[in-house]
Design a protein around this ligand. Sequence first.
Ligand code: NAP
Length: 284
Amino acid sequence: MSVTGQAQIAGVMGWPVAHSRSPLLHGYWLERYGIDGAYVPLPVRPEHLESALRALPLLGFAGVNLTTPHKEAALDVLDETDALARRLGAVNTVTVLADGRLAGTNTDGFGFMENLREGAPGWKAESGPTVVLGAGGAARAVVAALRDQGAEVRLVNRTEARAAALVEALGGAIEAYPWKARQAALAGARLLVNATTLGMEGGTPLDLDLGPLPKEAVVTDLVYAPLETALLKAAKARGNPTVDGLGMLLHQARPGFRAWFGQGGIDPEVTPELRAHVGGGGGG
Ligand code: NAP
């Protein structure tokens, strides 16, 4: 599909941004649905975030995704943010409104839940506790989404103060466990989520013995490079159902695409072809 002078434009702002798979992903959907549009990488230094965001309506952009390190800082720049973005303290999707104002939301939790529903349709929040490893930005979105489903969460993080801050921010049935209790926390769980950076290609491995985890518990990893992490491999080997992290990346992109390019009512699909297209290569 070639781009005309009337193309809708969106992109991803990050620093660095070269590793982002979002241009590949949105580019695939633009082609697939025959939309006159473009989605471009926008390398924006942290000190230029405000100017870059303010330039979007002037340049005719429909919106942008935000990635590291801009997700938190954008909250202070945007004209409106929804309750979810404020609760998470992070924005990953910005839409330019008709009057030029900038609106922000966060779609990571949506992406996580859609991926889990698709990959483990039998999982129910009420069937038992969920163990979440990690208390960074991604864990916060995941825990909020799980709490919204009514799940009881055991939150395990290396830095206990960070876990405590997450519990305080989100409230409800979340119990913090120290990192050294991560194995014990698995007893009786029905879902295990790795939301740390451990297990990424070339990085530190996740050191976790799955022994106490019931065999019927679903195991999912937010890390998607490699697609089958050592955690997912170990879980599969002992018979646990597993869900990889690529689907979260793909599903979290849907609301942005709908807002910027979906004027004809298109809700872009996550298909095996898209997974194969985006699945190889660098980071998120
Ligand atoms: P982040 O804010 O930097 O948080 C990193 C987390 O990993 C923290 O909980 C940190 O613990 C923990 N951690 C790092 N090194 C550790 C170690 N050696 N031992 C124990 N814990 C360690 O990162 P994030 O943005 O939340 O991202 C987390 C992961 O999710 C990344 O791999 C990212 O690529 C992935 N992710 C995937 C998707 C997707 O669509 N699939 C979306 C978002 C993120 P401390 O608090 O103790 O430092």
